[in-house]
Design a protein around this ligand. Sequence first.
Ligand SMILES: Cc1cc2nc3c(=O)[nH]c(=O)nc-3n(C[C@H](O)[C@H](O)[C@H](O)COP(=O)(O)OP(=O)(O)OC[C@H]3O[C@@H](n4cnc5c(N)ncnc54)[C@H](O)[C@@H]3O)c2cc1C
Length: 387
Amino acid sequence: MRHDFEYIVVGLGGIGSGAAYWLARRGEQVLGLEQFALGHVRGESQDHSRIIRLSYHRPDYVALAKRAYDAWSALEADAGEQLVLKTGGLDLGPRVSAIPLETYAASMRACAVPFEELDAPEIMRRWPQFQVGDDVHGLFQAQSGIAMAARCTAAHQRTAREHGATLLDHAPVTSISERAGEFDVTAGGERYRCAKLVIAAGPWSNRALAHFGLHLPLEVTKEQVTYFASPDITQFAPDRFPVWIWMDDPSFYGTPVFGEAGPKVAQDAGGKPVDPDARTFDPDPENFARVSAFLRRYLPSAIGPEIYTKTCLYTLPPDRDFIIDTLPGNPQAVTVIGAGHAFKFASVLGKIASELVADGRTDAGIGGFSLNREILRMSNPPKSYMV
Ligand SMILES: Cc1cc2nc3c(=O)[nH]c(=O)nc-3n(C[C@H](O)[C@H](O)[C@H](O)COP(=O)(O)OP(=O)(O)OC[C@H]3O[C@@H](n4cnc5c(N)ncnc54)[C@H](O)[C@@H]3O)c2cc1C
């Protein structure tokens, strides 16, 4: 097997698989290295579904989300399979809340995204599954839906290979050094060389960035989602029930039935910090109790026997904004970190990483996601995960 490549991608989760795909699609020589099996469940990306939406709290995210849909469409055309299912999306919460809907409405208006503002009676008229008081209001955006996560990542990997990429599993990168304008990368006991590097290591980002003397104030948390065997699952079919997010602290979210015989419900950022190598896969019963209490109050017809609860990791910068940038003093190396809400952007972030590392520039507006921002240089930064 060859050991010299133009590009190496470290980490083949959601985003790294996207980067490998977009680089290979350009005709570049690409090696992707994954420490575990492809499609493993130890990182951030593996489940049937992730919410995709244009509704975001800042215009730069809305603009990026528009590009995200375009990137998935391009991949769907290339892969010949559907990867995004539009169900419509409902953001709802108390009129006075920790996550005000007004910022979402303003961002969508600024980016000419159509949406509807709904009061409580209208929410319950359209989706009688919800039981909310008059203090609750909502925003409905028709393009929201599900990115079929496991299928998306497999499609990136398959089409990357079809475009000529080499993807290796069980190949943990244990050292990266720079010599004469090239990178020496050791993985799984083999040495590889490349001119340019993308690091998409998710929860293991600090370990990978340590090879460049970098350490970021990232918190890795163990999150969980539960599939419920709701008594009448026809009420939660994707053509009758939207993806939804409860916009308050704590924040909850859910999807219609997709991939399992019941809807999925979870608390956002409700998990505790963990070491990604020492974590267990055991669900947190207190988190489950919070989700169940929320359902009993606001979405009672979803409650049913637990099909299963699945754990998964978030990698959280203190401001919960993405990181996508070249490394300081090293424009040949790019890192991408997803901040616990990046699956919907996995393809476009991979594309942007490919542009940054190959062309040295991108026309996507990523100024807010720089490595240089002040909060990433603080030793004890304030954390705000409710966005
Ligand atoms: C429960 C849950 C629900 C979520 N819901 C949503 C949602 O609804 N919508 C949304 O947009 N996002 C959602 N997210 C967030 C989203 O899934 C993540 O932001 C995204 O998947 C991050 O992808 P990643 O590629 O950075 O990380 P990962 O998928 O973890 O990939 C990193 C990869 O790098 C590999 N790696 C690391 N170090 C090395 C090394 N040294 N050598 C080789 N390989 C290495 C790892 O093994 C891993 O495979 C959710 C996340 C969770 C956990």
